[in-house]
Design a protein around this ligand. Structure first.
Ligand code: ZN
Ligand code: ZN
Length: 814
């Protein structure tokens, strides 16, 4: 269920399927009994064949959702799970008797590089992940050797440069940055630095001449240039004069810097029209670097005509800041001169894909993209008009590189060392900036296409109708986010409804599992170069975590470590400092339900294992699975609520035996053995152990909490976004005053927080939640909640009385 991309197709597909099934049922009724018998026998044989086929599917094909796009989804997936029934790995009763010897950390498989772009790959990444099977091709990243040394050398100066890289970049950046970031997380000496941003990021260009004596950004290249070094040094007391001098020398080759310095020789500068071009017009697929005349120009005012290339005018002294639009190619090089010292452009519309005729069209496992193909667009109106046209054309095959594809390609690890990935804190900023760019484009798209995407649940329309509203455009006073917008209120609400539908169909969940990324996984550490620190490589963190999630999915769904699974779902979340974790809900097959304390003990343990018998497991439990300390031992721990109680209720009571417990949660065995371990300065015993599964803990070597649960509330918990925050808006529309103006886009944009790992996760188009079997239509069970699309010019009576709206795939099918 990660992709909404198929939504439309699925509708069409299911409709035709429903028609066909109805016809079949009619035919079947008319058949003579012998023929019915033959037909049924043939059916059985066919099903057996399919089951065999499912069995032989390679374990690489882990994408359960692709196999389940038919109406028989639920049936076929549920049936095919009587596969490989391996013996459940480590039974808890075995602790203390024999421990399977293969209990070890299991690394991800090595995967060969992409045959097209030579990118290094991690297990489970689809072939099209890096370069869309060769159709995206961009030149590699060039930087002067002196700068490369600052990034990669081990000298004291280079180390100093890397520590203060954002400061250095800021004083050389041509544009200033407008952003709200979490200052607590960005404090030096306060834990791990994280560049976490709220709301939008803006890049501004200022006048050439500063209003006061102190210049900044592009002014430093031009104003008082004899004293450039001193002026730059005055920007911060962290700077090293030698490094500043070196960078000034390096940036002499930068075309923007050259342009600004050349202005010094222009007499009466204020008489001229000075502009930076939005796009150098260079082909980024072949190696070439922009020249001064390609990035900027100076004209006499009268010469400005329609044929003058799209540009940003800069003034000598106007007291105005110009916004650099995110869709300009110059957006990146103006803000990141230390990443793009030659002024290389970033993404812009119209970069062509490479046509490969031999390529088979592989399904890309990623989120929907709705981006148009346009060239040299310089106004937002033009861009959006084009997008609207594309949308109308429906199935438009893009032949240009989308913004997401572009940055996904650029963030790959290839042999020609990509300096951007090693730019530490500057890389954190860059990743966040580029993701916000991609999302801004999607939001702008939604904003300017309200007519086309206005989709609401039928209930909403009927409400309005009851209140006497007749014109659809009245409902449309609010700007709304489409269902297809990932993490928008409608998307989150649908995910939640799908989850509820799954539980309605398969019963309460049995196992609740939380897995948290371990930044010290060997797969991550191996890929770090000597100058890297893991927190500055959000790309690596995301990719390895995603691969682990896929592996865990296989354990649950294909290797049946908990027994046969009827259904499962998971959501991905990012902690404050950006580390991802995932919540899984697993619903077991009827015959595999965990009903007794003995059954619980088979899968869940909440005790410190014997150090001598299980040294590896012991080290993992003490590393990953000890809660807190909190409470009296540490009253300020993050789990502490206002009343001075731990929200997870640690430390727990000692008990001799696992029991069912009063609520929907069991009480696990925690014996008072007198044994304790020193954790974060305190001795903690069995009452502090977070319930775990020994096999999974050993295999994955990270915090992985496994609990038995039969509480439907956990569904709400894992979809908690729906219960708070931006989702409120979606409910407003149905219940509140119709005259209320609602701007979901603005609300979403200003409330959103973005951390570097989340930004790279989304740039890589990894799913933020999934469920299996897929629920494409179950949501329509909820009566009156069918989705309706309408244009604001439609008459509301016409919409509500249209029989097609009442007809859904589901009512057609059954
Ligand atoms: Zn590739
Ligand atoms: Zn606690």
């Amino acid at each position: 269920m990660s992709s909404n991309r198929n939504h439309k197709n699925v509708h069409a597909f299911q409709k035709s399927n429903a028609d066909r099934n109805a016809r079949r049922r009619e035919l079947y009724k008319l058949m003579p009994p012998e023929e019915k018998k033959i037909l049924l026998a043939r059916r059985r044989a066919k099903r057996a064949e399919m089951r065999k086929h499912n069995l032989s599917e390679s374990s690489m094909n882990n994408d359960l959702t692709t196999a389940s796009s038919s109406n028989s989804t639920i049936v076929s997936v549920a049936q095919s799970s009587n596969l490989i029934m391996r013996k459940p790995m480590l039974l808890l009763s075995e602790i203390g008797s024999t421990m399977p010897s293969e209990m070890n950390y299991i690394k991800l498989k090595e995967i060969s590089n992409c045959q097209f772009c030579k990118a290094k790959k991690f297990e489970y990444e689809p072939p099209a992940f890096c370069c869309s099977n060769g159709s995206v091709q961009l030149t590699s990243h060039e930087i002067p050797i002196e700068l490369k040394n600052l990034y990669l050398d081990n000298t004291e100066l280079s180390k100093h440069f890397r520590t203060y890289i954002r400061t250095y970049n800021n004083i050389f950046a041509f544009t200033s940055l407008g952003v709200t970031y979490d200052k607590e997380l960005a404090k030096r000496n306060n834990g791990i630095y994280t560049f976490r941003v709220q709301g939008q990021m803006y890049h501004f260009i200022n006048d050439v001449i500063p209003t006061n004596k102190k210049g900044k950004n592009l002014q430093l290249y031009f104003f008082d240039s004899q004293n450039e070094l001193q002026n730059r040094m005055a920007c911060s007391n962290k700077l090293n004069e030698y490094v500043v001098r070196t960078l000034m020398e390096i940036l002499k080759i930068n075309p923007y810097s050259m342009f600004l310095k050349s202005l010094i020789d222009v007499p009466q500068l204020s008489d001229f029209y000075i502009a930076l071009k939005c796009d150098s017009g260079l082909d980024q697929r072949i190696y070439n670097l922009p020249t001064v005349s390609e990035v900027a120009g100076i004209w006499v005012e009268q010469d400005i005509t329609n044929s003058t290339p799209p540009h940003i005018r800069i003034y000598t002294k106007s007291d105005k800041s110009q916004l650099v639009n995110y869709y300009y190619s110059c957006y990146d090089p103006l803000q990141y001169p230390l990443l793009f010292p030659y002024g290389q452009g970033g993404w812009h519309c119209g970069i062509k894909k490479i046509k490969c005729s031999s390529r088979t069209s592989t399904q890309i496992y990623c989120e929907q993209e709705q981006l148009p193909s346009i060239k040299n667009m310089c106004s937002i109106d033009g861009l959006l008009n084009m997008e609207a046209e594309v949308m109308l054309k429906e199935k438009h095959k893009r032949d240009t590189i989308s913004c997401r594809e572009y940055y996904c390609y650029k963030l790959q690890i290839r042999d020609d060392e990509n300096i951007v990935l090693h730019a530490r804190r500057l890389f954190q900023q860059y990743v966040v900036d580029e993701w916000i760019k991609i999302e801004s484009q999607r939001l702008d798209f939604a904003s300017f296409n309200q007519d086309l995407i206005r989709t609401d649940v039928l209930d909403g329309i009927l409400d309005v109708l009851r209140k006497g509203e007749r014109e659809v455009s009245h409902i449309g006073k609010q700007r709304i986010l489409p269902l297809s917008f990932t993490r928008g209120p409608r998307d989150m609400r649908r995910r939640y409804m799908d989850a509820i539908a799954l539980v309605q169909r398969f019963g309460k969940p049995d196992i609740f599992l939380t897995i948290t990324c371990n930044p010290s996984w060997p797969e991550i550490e191996e890929k770090l170069i000597s100058t890297d620190e893991v927190q500055n490589r959000p790309d690596l963190v995301s990719r390895v975590f995603r691969a682990k999630i896929e592996e865990l999915k296989n354990d649950i769904m294909k290797r049946h470590i908990f027994g046969k699974v009827a259904a499962f779902m998971y959501t991905i979340e990012f902690q404050k400092r950006g580390l991802p974790h995932a919540h899984f809900l697993i619903i077991l097959n009827e015959n595999y339900k965990l009903l007794t304390p003995e059954a619980y003990d088979r899968f869940v343990c909440a005790e410190i294992p014997d150090e001598n018998i299980y040294p590896y497991l012991y080290s993992l439990v003490t590393q990953h699975m000890m809660h807190g300390p909190c409470g009296k031992l540490n009253p300020t721990n993050s789990c502490m609520k206002k009343k001075g109680r731990c929200k997870s209720k640690y430390p727990k009571e000692f008990v001799e035996q696992t029991t069912k417990g009063k609520n929907s949660y069991p009480i696990y065995r925690r014996r008072n053995t007198g044994k304790s371990v020193k954790i974060r300065g305190h001795f903690l015993d069995n009452s502090w152990v977070v319930p775990y599964n020994p096999y999974l803990l050993c295999k994955f070597n990270c915090h992985i909490n496994v609990e038995i649960c039969s509480d439907i509330k956990v569904v709400k918990y894992i979809y908690k976004y729906i219960c708070k925050g931006h989702d409120k808006i979606a409910f407003h529309i149905q219940t509140n005053d119709v005259n209320l103006e609602i701007d979901e886009i603005k609300e979403y944009q200003s409330a959103r927080w973005v951390s570097p790992p989340e930004a790279s996760w989304r740039i890589f188009a990894f799913p933020i939640s999934e469920m299996s079997p897929s629920v494409y239509h179950l949501q329509l069970h909820l009566d009156g909640q069918q989705l309706v699309s309408f244009k604001s010019t439609d008459n509301i009576n016409k919409i509500a009385s249209n029989p097609m709206i009442r007809k859904t795939m589901l009512t057609e099918f059954f």
